[in-house]
Design a protein around this ligand. Structure first.
Ligand SMILES: [Zn+2]
Ligand SMILES: [Zn+2]
Length: 456
């Protein structure tokens, strides 16, 4: 029953001291909650979950051996694929989007259909499954997440099912499921339901309709079940490992079409973790999300309603933030002009004096050393040399030639000083090169914007 106290002590010793811990629920729970000992060869048999191991390890073996002795008819093959999708939808449209996330309302007949189909996927009861999944969302990538992706691909895919949980999943509210009559019905009748929907129905239908009971058992029951299992497992492993993060990169969930293909549309997992109450995983029409299409179809048939979608404006904010982050990384790889704070302040007399020794030109209050550029000047060396030691602002911005944005960007790279009292164009766009007018700045760099509340 209880965990030996030495184990708890070991767990407590392994976390940093109080002073280093932020005061939040996860850290507090990790410090105080009892944990099971690490799995070793000595305690392996005590720590594994036998029933789960039989289903996960033995079932594929039975399927493979059975397939060697059972010819596959096209009718049974087609039925097995269809039954895979139906029981898979029981999980994706039922367990996941209806019960775990309440992303839409389903009529009672649809709820029972999804409850039976979900039982056919043999993945535990709705209540158990949803409780773990809500913890996964609430404590993503922490030790309180039952399928914590930081513990590796194998652990998040199947490892967490094969052994007893190392610690209780984080606290979540599942009181709504406790009151749900369909959830309670399934919980009470779970064993008969998984036998019926997992094994009997997929065996009996091919037997009665085209006389292939053995094929039905091997392909539509056993092998189909292995595929449904790993399809769902991929949502916890592959979807936290492969792909892009177009909406947020704080945690591991990712979007990828391959994950979508193997999970009946649950592969746009980066979106899903940001907007879990949205009935969609894929928001673009061409992205593969049959679960979304199924729920939408059920709405058209009057069997589902109140399909929830997150406000488009907020979804686009997430996308924009990620695009800006990408651009910011590009921005950081480039060299930028020194701003006025990083340049020496030079008096007019000193500017005049130094201009005799090197080619200094004043433009928009900045003194530029154009010595190395004179010969490369597309307009000819003459136009530069005649402005050495002078203010060429007007000439540069149209007086003589209205220079290109690229020329302005390059000019700014040649800054060597700021003229004392010469910043008459302080807020003028002539001061800021075009490449810096849309500069991406972090919040802390925009002090007046970020700290305006503090200053009031
Ligand atoms: Zn996830
Ligand atoms: Zn979810």
């Amino acid at each position: 029953m209880g965990t030996p106290s030495s184990t708890v002590d070991a767990a407590v010793a392994s976390v940093p001291s109080d002073h280093n811990l932020p005061d939040n629920y996860v850290q507090h729970t990790l410090r105080t909650q009892e944990v099971r000992p690490p799995i070793t060869l000595d305690n392996l048999f005590k720590e594994i979950k036998l029933i789960n191991c039989i289903f996960i390890i033995l079932l594929p073996v039975i399927g493979l051996v059975g397939a060697c002795y059972t010819p596959l008819s096209w009718k049974t093959g087609l039925f097995a694929v269809l039954y895979y999708y139906l029981t898979g939808l029981g999980i994706t449209a039922g367990y996941h989007r209806l019960w775990a996330h309440r992303s839409y309302n389903a009529t009672l007949p649809l709820q029972y259909v999804l409850c039976f189909l979900g039982a056919g996927a043999v993945q535990g009861s709705i209540k158990w499954w949803s409780r773990g999944h809500r913890a996964h969302h609430r404590y993503t990538d922490t030790e309180l997440d039952p399928y914590n992706a930081h513990k590796g691909f194998f652990w998040s895919h199947v490892g967490w099912i094969l052994v007893k949980p190392r610690r209780r999943p984080g606290v979540t509210d599942v009181s709504d499921l406790g009151r749900d009559p369909v959830v309670r019905f399934q919980h009470d009748w779970f064993l008969p339901l998984i036998l019926l929907m997992g094994f009997i129905v997929p065996t009996v239908i091919p037997w009665l309709c085209w006389g292939d009971a053995q094929g039905g058992y091997v392909y539509a029951a056993v092998i189909r079940l292995c595929f449904v299992h790993h399809s769902t497992f991929c949502v916890n492993s592959l979807a936290h490992w492969l792909g892009e993060t177009p909406f947020d990169d704080k945690h591991t969930p990712r979007d990828h079409v391959i994950t979508a293909l193997v999970t009946i549309g649950e592969g746009y997992h980066n979106f899903h973790h940001q907007f879990p109450m949205d009935y969609r995983n894929a928001i673009k029409w061409y992205q593969y999300d049959p679960t979304k299409w199924f729920i939408w179809g059920m709405q058209k048939l009057g069997l589902a309603s109140h399909l929830k979608t997150f406000p488009e404006n907020e979804v686009r904010k997430g996308q924009l933030t990620m695009e800006l982050k990408k651009l910011h990384r590009t921005q950081e790889t480039l060299d930028w002009p020194t701003d006025s704070n990083g340049l020496p302040v030079i008096s007019w007399d000193s500017f005049q004096e130094q201009s005799k020794k090197r080619a200094l030109i004043l433009i928009s209050g900045f003194i530029h050393d154009v010595g190395t550029f004179i010969k490369e000047h597309p307009g000819g060396a003459h136009f530069i040399t005649k402005y050495v030691g002078k203010d060429a602002t007007t000439a540069f911005f149209g007086g003589v030639y209205d220079h290109s944005n690229a020329a302005h960007n390059l000019l700014a790279m040649k800054r060597v000083g700021v003229l004392l009292g010469g910043m008459a164009h302080g807020t003028d766009e002539k001061v800021v090169p075009p490449s810096q007018r849309l500069k991406i700045a972090r919040c802390e760099e925009l002090s007046s914007y970020c700290h305006s509340d503090d200053e009031e």
